[in-house]
Design a protein around this ligand. Structure first.
Ligand code: DX5
Ligand code: ZN
Length: 222
């Protein structure tokens, strides 16, 4: 398994001080910036787009930016995120007409493609996509809002996704998103996740470094 990655979701950051918040969380030991894009169409909320991604790069952020698209349609916006400096671009298969075409588009634009599973979306979508994505993201809440409760069935789904990824022999990150906290991240890691999104648990805490360190200890089994 690849080393654990902690990816704070900036959805729970103070948007009025976004550059500073991202600097702080990276200085606190986080690895990636998880960037939630919502369109008030595919999901019932509206957040940030490529201009904000570009602003973070201009601000000096060099860490991977993990763009989680909760938008429909998907394809039109991919090249904008590539130009804005996105590293990973993940999308929900239900939100695009041609899943394989979208994966190819993300790859050709120079980003790493990821496929996202809602809590009720079956892993069967991996049958013909696992050979071409770099990341599999399992949602452990319904997409749209931070601060929701972890849906326990995600643990079993993680184990199944882990089996499939290992059997593929490819280096594919297995990411979990939604309701991840210090007290459940250990069980989530044991179920097979290697990449952990956490929004409210990190940005809602007083000491980002202490929270990130506590998460790493729990992931390591401490
Ligand atoms: C939800 C987003 C998540 C969200 C997670 O649709 O994809 O990334 O910010 O927030 P928490 O960690 O608070 O559940
Ligand atoms: Zn997300």
């Amino acid at each position: 398994m690849q080393p654990a990655v902690i990816a704070p979701s900036i959805l729970s950051a103070d948007f009025a001080r976004l550059g500073e918040e991202v600097d702080s969380v990276l200085a606190a030991g986080a690895d990636w910036v998880h960037f939630d894009v919502m369109d008030n169409h595919y999901v019932p909320n509206l957040t940030i787009g490529p201009m904000v991604c570009e602003a973070l790069r201009r601000h000096g952020v060099t860490a991977p930016i993990d763009v989680h698209l909760m938008v429909s349609p998907v394809d039109r916006i991919v090249s904008d995120f590539a130009a804005a400096g996105a590293t990973y671009v993940s999308f929900h298969p239900e939100a695009t007409e041609h899943v394989d075409r979208t994966i190819q588009l993300i790859r050709e634009s120079g980003c790493r493609p990821g496929i996202v599973f809602n809590p009720a979306t079956p892993l069967a979508w991996l049958d013909y996509t696992l050979g071409s994505v770099d990341l599999v993201l399992l949602m452990s809440v319904n997409p749209g809002f931070g601060g929701q409760k972890f849906i326990p069935s995600a643990l079993e789904k993680l184990s199944e996704a882990r089996r499939r990824i290992d059997a593929s022999g490819r280096e594919v990150r297995l990411e979990i998103d939604g309701g991840v906290k210090v007290d459940n991240i250990g069980a989530i890691a044991r179920a097979g996740a290697d990449t952990f999104v956490a929004g409210s648990a990190i940005f809602g805490s007083k000491d980002y470094a202490a929270t990130v360190a506590a998460m790493r200890r729990a992931i390591a089994g401490g």
